[in-house]
Design a binder for this molecule. Structure first.
Ligand code: MG
Length: 185
């Protein structure tokens, strides 16, 4: 089977503040980290996992996390983000593809990420159904500059590489035709 490689990029930000999910914890890449502030969000505000989901949707040219799970829809309130990632991973599988690798960068001054990196990689690999060696989690500060530097929130960026069979273009053309006909939203 002939395959092609695709790349997707995702970016997300969540602000610190009250969260109905849980106080005294931030959840980053599926790992709960004790912190004096919580991240605000409609879901568990896992900014790293959201960026990764958007990278996968981007690689598949299939919308974004807000399109698949609208924040305005109460059914997604308080959802744990592994539900989103499993959905995105499921779309790769549905396309007959596989995730080659992914790489996430978390941008924050606090909490410190490095002690939690192994657990994050293991959790993401488990959800994606790939070896830990295919999952990178990195962290950086922004040297005290900007909203992350002022510790107003956390930003995350992610890239993924996926391998898919040739022929997705035909599927996409069909989907676009349906869209143009108002049959899909
Ligand atoms: Mg988000």
């Amino acid at each position: 089977m002939q395959t092609e490689t695709r790349v997707g990029f995702g970016y997300d930000v969540h602000r610190f503040g009250p969260n109905t999910y849980e106080q005294g914890l931030v959840r980053l890449c599926g790992v709960d980290i004790p912190h004096d502030q919580a991240l605000q969000g409609h879901s568990d505000a896992d900014v790293g996992m959201h960026a990764l989901c958007d990278a996968i949707y981007g690689a598949l040219a299939d919308g974004d996390i807000g399109a698949h799970f609208p924040p305005s829809d109460p059914q997604w309130k308080g959802t744990e983000s592994h539900v989103f990632l499993q959905h995105a991973a499921g779309l790769i599988e549905k396309a007959g593809g596989r995730l080659v690798n992914c790489d996430i960068t978390l941008v924050c001054e606090q909490p410190k990420i490095s002690p939690h990196r192994p657990a994050m990689r293991a959790r993401l690999a488990e959800l994606l159904g790939v070896a830990v060696a295919r999952v990178a989690v990195k962290a950086t500060t922004s040297e005290g500059l900007g909203f992350t530097g002022r510790q107003e929130g956390i930003a995350a960026q992610a890239v993924v590489s996926i391998e898919v069979p040739h022929g997705l273009d035909e599927d996409a053309a069909e989907a676009e035709a349906l869209l143009a006909g108002g049959l899909l939203e």
